[in-house]
Each structure stands twice: as structure tokens, then as C-alpha cells.
Design a protein around this ligand. Structure first.
Ligand code: C2E
Ligand code: MG
Ligand code: MG
Length: 451
């Protein structure tokens, strides 16, 4: 609190506003309902007067009461957009700002509250400037219900007390991205039950007999509200929000039903499923896998579980243990996006995998890039030494395929054969698969007639 001389508004003796938490919550809930209907942001700012106890002691409780009344009316008059200004505790006030245009305005609002209260106030011939801490929460980003909004704002207020400027605008409110992310998360949660998720399939072709021997199931989200959302957008969000285990469970239950019909020349194709590291440690994975396979009467040997190399690095011991266990139940294990996880060579010795998938970043320029050729050749040699087969991802042309064949790569996957396709289209692709189309020898230049 700063003390100046002889200026500012006179403090008028007044009764303090009532503390009515219940009424405040009713009002807040009504605002939140409107915000939800109109898809708009509702902000809650909690304002705590710094050192209010000292003011009470210095000027007496009647002045203290008048200061509280002053704070209440000051906030009401100056924050025009506020729908509610309430006293929630001794020196604690709440301001609700509905229909906030952007999250970027939140720090602005918090600092405006501080500026408003810092206007000089004359009291018993002395001038005081009130200082305050401000905590915030925003619906729908942090919560949707009144109590939850309040809890979030109280936490933010706690943090504000440690901040040099006395305000804390919670993480994730700095830009519009976080709101989009929140919306995606909410939609994704709904999508699982709403039948908006689909599995697409992409073939893995043997480079020894040129037959499609396996396929990878890749998730697609056709959102009624957002359109098609790419997996590289929604999978990371599912991972950070914990929804990934629900998505995986959905895929596990869907996959065997569809995989039972995926055949080439009357032989069932092995199907790969992508897992996240959270699935490995969730504790439910194995039971879900077993029950799904039992229902659809499919052997576990027909399923490959793909785990990205980078995700294993966080907790390799635990992941390796889980992989061993899954392997003992007959599932095949594949290390996805190999080469991007910075694992050491000694890793090859320990990883309990049947297959390594070389990341497409090493494959896309393989024909022209000598460095990539050296890396890919080395990965293939080491993987073979440890008894693992190798899949090259992202094969888009015949030339790359030829290089991979020379390097003794075992399988190839990529747009050269097919993009990921919905189940029915993929079965059609298999029915009409013609290896000559994909493995035709390079055309020799025609000789000129007179040479
Ligand atoms: P991934 O498992 O490495 O899958 C391969 C990705 O490469 C797929 O992208 C596929 O469409 C793409 N691709 C295949 N061939 C080519 C090619 O020739 N050229 C190029 N440029 N790309 C090719 P998609 O389907 O967008 O999936 C991206 C990633 O999302 C996947 O990478 C995987 O990590 C993750 N993902 C997809 N479905 C699932 C799922 O069901 N569960 C989990 N946990 N992750 C999934
Ligand atoms: Mg994969
Ligand atoms: Mg991959």
C-alpha cells in the first residue's frame, strides 16, 4: 500500500456489501449456461485486497467497511462488461465478465482491476492506494460449472500471491490455440461414443515375394462438427488429456471385427495397431486385447502392436517389461518411426521387438541422399543381426523400392502401393492387387532405329 498526500476521492462512510456466495453461484451458473449456449468465453476474476488487515488496524473497522464498499462500487462502475460483482469473503471479491472476445483480454482485465483499485483514495486526511491480487478462471477452458470455476480461480489467486505483479493468468490462456485444443478435447471425448472414429488400413508388402502380408490400422476422426481431423492433431491431444487409452480401447474392440475380413489369397493379413506409451502402462491393455480377440476368435499372432521409438525412451524398463509380457501372449511387437528417438545402438540388444519400422524421413530421399542410404543400410543390418524384420515407411515410388530391395529390407509401406483406405476399399484393393503394377522392372531406353 502506498501513501500519498492530499489528492484522490474521499472515502464515504458506508456499510460493507453482504457476503452471499450462494447468490453469486446462482448468477455465475446462469452466465455459464448462456456462454455454453452461445459458445462464448466467460471469465471469473477473484480480487483479494492486499494487507486489508493492516488497513483495518490503522484506520479502524468502520473505515475498513467503507473501503470494502468502495471496492465493490468501484469495480461495478468501472468494469462495464461485468455481469456480476460480488463480495465472497472478508476482503475477497468476484467479478464475472461474460462473452469475453478473446483469451488475450484476460491479462488485460486482470491488470485493469488492479489499476482501478489503485486510484488514490483520501481517508482521514491521508491518501491510500489499494493494491490487490487477482486470480482468474475461464469457462469453458478451465471449467464449465460455478463451483469448479471458483476452485480454479482460487488456485490461480494462490499463485498470484507469489507473483511480483500480484496476478496470475493461468497457463493455457495465453493464446487462441489452447482454446481450440480444449474444444478438440471435448469433441474427441464425444466422438468415441458418437461413432465418428474409423480405422483406415494401409498395406505392408513383402519385398521377397511382393505379396501384401500385413496392414497397419490408422485412426481417422470424421467429426460432425469439425470435419476430418488429422491424427497428428488429435492423437497428441488425446495423449496429453488421457483420452488416448479410451481411443485405444475403441480401436482394440473394433479392429478384430474388421481384421477378420482382411485377406489376401484366402490368407488373413496380420494387422498392426498403434499404441501410445500410456496404453502400455495403463494396466488394462492386455485384458482388453484378450477379450476382443476372444470375441472375434482371432489369434494374437495376427496382431502387431506398434510403439514409437521416442515414446519408449521415457521409461524404457517398464515399457520393455510390458512388451515382453505382450510378446509372451503371442502378439508381435514393432518399433515405429525408428531413427527419430535418438536411442543408442545398445538399445537393439535389449528391445524385445519382432520388427523395426524405419521412419519415413530416412526413406523419402533415399534415392539421392547418401547419408540416408548409410543410415538405412546400417539399421537393416543391425536389426537382422538381432533377429528383427524391417519395414520401410513412406515408400512413394519404384526407385525407392529398388534401393530398399538391394539393401535387403523385408517390407515396404507407403503411397506407392496405397494410401490408408477404409476397410471396404482396402479389401477391394487387396482383391485387385496386381504385383506387376508395383514391381515392374525399370524400362530400358529404346534404341534408336538406325543405331
Ligand atoms: P505412423 O504410425 O508412423 O503411421 C504412418 C503415417 O505415415 C500415417 O499417417 C500414414 O498415412 C503416413 N504415410 C504412409 N505412407 C506414406 C507415404 O508414402 N508418404 C507419406 N508422406 N506419408 C505416408 P497418419 O495416418 O496421418 O498417422 C499419423 C500418426 O498418427 C501415425 O504415424 C501414428 O503415430 C498416429 N496414429 C494413427 N492412428 C493411430 C492410432 O490408432 N493410435 C495411436 N496411438 N496413434 C495413431
Ligand atoms: Mg505406426
Ligand atoms: Mg511410423
Amino acid at each position: 500500500m502506498t501513501s500519498l498526500r492530499d489528492s484522490g476521492e474521499d472515502l464515504v462512510p458506508r456499510k460493507p456489501p453482504d457476503i452471499d456466495r450462494a447468490r453469486f453461484l446462482t448468477g455465475l451458473s446462469a452466465d455459464l449456461d448462456i456462454g455454453q449456449r452461445e459458445d462464448s468465453l466467460t471469465a471469473l476474476l477473484l480480487v483479494d485486497i492486499k494487507n486489508f488487515r493492516h488497513l483495518n488496524r490503522r484506520f479502524g473497522y468502520r473505515v475498513g467497511d467503507s473501503i470494502l464498499a468502495h471496492v465493490h462500487s468501484c469495480l461495478k462502475e468501472n468494469i462495464k462488461k461485468a455481469s456480476i460483482v460480488s463480495r465472497l469473503g472478508d476482503d475477497l471479491f468476484a467479478v464475472v465478465v461474460p462473452d469475453m472476445q478473446s483469451l488475450r483480454l484476460l491479462p488485460v482485465a486482470a491488470s485493469k482491476v488492479q489499476q482501478i483499485l489503485a486510484q488514490p483514495l483520501r481517508c482521514q486526511g491521508q491518501e491510500i492506494r489499494l493494491e490487490c491480487y487477482v486470480g482468474v478462471s475461464v469457462a469453458p477452458l478451465h471449467a464449465n460449472a460455478g463451483e469448479a470455476m471458483l476452485i480454479h480461480a482460487e488456485r490461480s489467486l494462490e499463485k498470484a500471491r507469489q507473483e511480483p505483479d500480484g496476478r496470475f493468468v493461468a497457463e493455457g490462456t495465453g493464446d487462441k490455440e489452447s482454446l481450440n485444443e480444449w474444444k478438440l478435447r471435448d469433441e474427441l471425448n464425444r466422438a468415441i461414443g458418437a461413432g465418428e472414429l474409423v480405422l483406415y488400413y494401409q498395406p505392408k508388402v513383402s519385398l521377397q515375394n511382393f505379396k501384401p502380408v500385413a496392414c497397419e490400422a490408422l485412426m481417422r476422426w470424421n467429426s460432425a462438427k469439425l470435419g476430418n481431423v488429422r491424427p497428428d492433431i488429435f492423437i497428441p491431444i488425446a495423449e496429453t488429456s488421457g483420452l488416448i487409452t479410451d481411443l485405444t480401447e475403441w480401436a482394440i474392440l473394433t479392429l478384430p471385427r474388421e481384421a477378420a475380413h482382411i485377406q489376401y489369397n484366402n490368407t488373413l493379413l496380420n494387422v498392426s495397431l498403434n499404441l501410445s506409451p500410456k496404453d502400455l502402462v495403463s494396466g488394462n491393455l492386455q485384458a482388453t486385447l484378450e477379450s476382443a480377440l476372444n470375441i472375434w476368435e482371432m489369434p494374437s499372432e495376427n496382431i502387431t502392436l506398434e510403439i514409437t521409438e521416442s515414446s519408449l525412451m521415457d521409461n524404457p524398463e517398464l515399457c520393455f517389461e510390458m512388451m515382453e509380457e505382450l510378446k509372451s501372449f503371442g502378439f508381435k511387437i514393432s518399433i515405429d518411426d525408428f531413427g527419430t528417438g535418438y536411442s543408442s545402438m545398445s538399445y537393439f540388444k535389449m528391445v524385445p521387438a519382432n520388427e523395426i519400422k524405419i521412419d519415413k524421413c530416412f526413406v523419402s530421399n533415399l534415392v539421392n541422399d547418401r547419408d540416408d542410404q548409410i543410415i538405412v543400410r546400417a539399421i537393416i543390418a543391425i536389426a537382422h543381426h538381432f533377429g528383427m524384420s524391417v519395414v520401410a515407411e513412406g515408400v512413394e515410388d519404384m526407385e525407392t523400392l529398388e534401393v530398399l530391395m538391394k539393401m535387403k529390407c523385408d517390407y515396404a509401406q507407403g503411397y506407392h502401393f496405397s494410401k490408408p483406405l477404409p476397410g471396404a476399399e482396402f479389401r477391394q484393393w487387396l482383391d485387385t492387387y496386381n504385383m506387376i503394377k508395383y514391381f515392374s522392372p525399370p524400362k530400358r531406353p529404346k534404341r534408336a532405329a538406325n543405331s
